[in-house]
Write a protein that binds this ligand. Structure first.
Ligand SMILES: NC(=O)C1=CN([C@@H]2O[C@H](COP(=O)(O)OP(=O)(O)OC[C@H]3O[C@@H](n4cnc5c(N)ncnc54)[C@H](OP(=O)(O)O)[C@@H]3O)[C@@H](O)[C@H]2O)C=CC1
Ligand SMILES: O=C(CO)[C@H](O)[C@H](O)COP(=O)(O)O
Length: 480
């Protein structure tokens, strides 16, 4: 007897590359009947052949078959390339669905696309849920961090399923309803931006210890291994020790020396900076990380100018104390990068009316995702204790931590400058910190210059109103 599968699957996944196939397996392992589909059916066949025994799958060759396999209201997760491919899949799906059905985009979509898609599907009575999913291949299979947006109503159906397959920390799922329309994809985008900043800071710490401190990759691997049992404990610090300790089998060289020094990017870091510019939020750590990747990629330019740009620097600096100083600089700069990322989420939440709970975001990033780290517990406590915190940097715990790190942080930046080792992440984080704490900023002079050349006016510290100085005449001041 042929088993009846029509209308029985709890959820569907279309797009069965790395993320989609592992997410489908995760769902199946949690006892859900999962309908699976991929544009190129060879991937569907491979999934069933290799992992079909792990759970209850229904393989669909076509989109109509996929939709027919689902119980109502239907829930379909799209895990394909972001951008036009996602639109192509949505276009194929919508005519097959009925009001109340839910389309979930688990890819790294631009949040503005998610807002557009959510509005379009809402017009047709469908729910569109932009869900950020982080954790890579391993997380998708064993428990990712999930950041779903969309309507509360859709979350009521979908939330229990997503929470069951998400990573758990202290028994809590790393999944929560982030907010309406594009809120989930916005938070995932900032997550990735922080991921860029975090990796850039780690790379700078390695570079300094190697070029200024004279340590070998294997020695630096041990330094990171040690750091991973303190405040810096995190997935990225843990895997840094692994990557730096790895030796290339073909050459016997440290792996890091045989990899081309050109960092690539798919776009989420750049989007974070572009959106931060629109919101007017300085995310200097993320911006420096994006630009550092761009600089690394301009190989022809680097080769063309290298010999014409001398920099007489001491060979190495005393390693005594450097390791601990770099640890402090890394921690303080990391706190700044996270503070800036959370500021950006708050600003977007206000602009788009999302009402995002910052403490909850820190909670769901504690496990499953690439930036999971011990100190996210502290960030959660900080925002839970005061959701209106003007900056993470003024929470008592972080203010004390940064104060303790401060002298070391300054020594590290100055050592790097003296040694000619670029540390855009460390130095811009310190500049941001010094900017925030300055009683007076030179912005006053910028205003004076703008008024001089363009009559752009300025405000005064001692009176209300806008003013202009008659620079070309007698330099008297008029009210503008
Ligand atoms: N890889 C990772 O670590 C992470 C990825 N993501 C995001 O998850 C999503 C999936 O990522 P990943 O698994 O790496 O796969 P890819 O981003 O490499 O995308 C490959 C999948 O997209 C499908 N596809 C491409 N174009 C189309 C189209 N026009 N119509 C239908 N299907 C199409 C492919 O189908 P076919 O086999 O037929 O070519 C395949 O299933 C992406 O949005 C990615 O940004 C999120 C977190 C981590
Ligand atoms: O989404 C992710 C993790 O959550 C991916 O790691 C991210 O797409 C990697 O980005 P890039 O290729 O730009 O470094």
């Amino acid at each position: 007897m042929v088993e009846q599968t029509e209308g029985t699957a709890r959820i569907a996944v279309t797009g069965l590359a790395t993320m989609g196939s592992n997410l489908a397996r995760n769902l199946a392992r949690h006892g859900y009947r999962v309908a699976v589909h991929n544009r190129t059916s060879a991937r569907t066949t491979a999934l069933i052949e290799q992992h079909g025994q792990e759970g209850d799958f229904v393989a669909a060759e076509t989109m109509p078959e996929l939709v027919a396999a689902l119980a109502k209201p239907r829930q379909i997760i799209i895990m394909v390339k972001a951008g036009q491919p996602t639109d192509a899949v949505i276009d194929e799906l919508v005519d097959l669905l009925e009001p109340g059905d839910m389309v979930i985009d688990g890819g790294n979509a631009q949040f503005a696309d998610t807002r557009r898609r959510e509005a379009a599907l809402r017009e047709r009575g469908l729910h569109f849920v932009g869900a950020g999913i982080s954790g890579g291949e391993e997380g998708a299979l064993n428990g990712p961090s999930i950041m779903p947006g969309g309507s509360k109503e859709s979350y009521a159906h979908l939330g229990p399923v997503l929470e069951s397959i998400a990573a758990k920390v202290d028994g809590q799922p790393c999944c929560v309803h982030v907010g309406p329309d594009g809120a989930g994809h916005f938070v995932k985008m900032v997550h990735n931006g922080i991921e860029y900043a975090d990796m850039q800071l780690i790379a700078e710490a390695y570079d300094l210890l190697r070029r200024a401190g004279g340590l070998k990759p294997a020695e630096i691997a041990e330094v990171f291994r040690g750091w991973n049992s303190g405040d810096l404990e995190s997935y990225l610090v843990e895997i840094t020790a692994e990557v730096l300790g790895h030796v290339d089998a073909a050459t016997g060289q440290p792996f890091v020396d045989v990899v081309a020094d050109q960092a690539e990017q798919k776009g989420t870091g750049r989007w974070t900076v572009q959106e931060a510019l629109e919101l007017g939020i300085p995310v200097t750590g993320i911006a420096e990380a994006v630009f550092a990747r761009a600089l690394s990629g301009h190989v022809d330019q680097r080769v063309a100018v290298r010999d014409r740009l001398p920099g007489d620097v001491p060979s190495t600096v005393a390693v005594d104390g450097l390791v601990d100083d770099v640890r402090h600089a890394l921690y303080a700069s990391k706190v700044v990068a996270y503070a800036q990322g959370f500021d950006q989420i708050r600003a977007a939440s206000q602009t788009y009316g999302w009402n995002i709970d910052l403490g909850a975001m820190a909670t769901i990033w504690r496990g499953g995702c690439i930036i999971r780290a011990r100190f996210l517990d502290r960030i959660r406590e900080a925002y839970d204790g005061n959701p209106e915190l003007p900056s993470l940097l003024v929470n008592d715990y972080f203010a004390d931590a940064v104060e303790q790190a401060q002298q070391a942080w300054r020594r590290v930046v100055s050592t790097a400058v003296q040694a000619g080792v670029p540390v855009p992440g460390f130095s811009s984080a310190l500049a941001y910190y010094d900017g925030l704490r300055s009683e007076r900023l030179p912005a006053a002079l910028v205003q004076g210059l703008r008024d001089f050349f363009g009559a752009h006016t300025y405000r005064r510290v001692d009176r209300e109103g806008s003013f202009h100085t008659l620079w070309g005449a007698d330099r008297s001041e008029i009210e503008a």
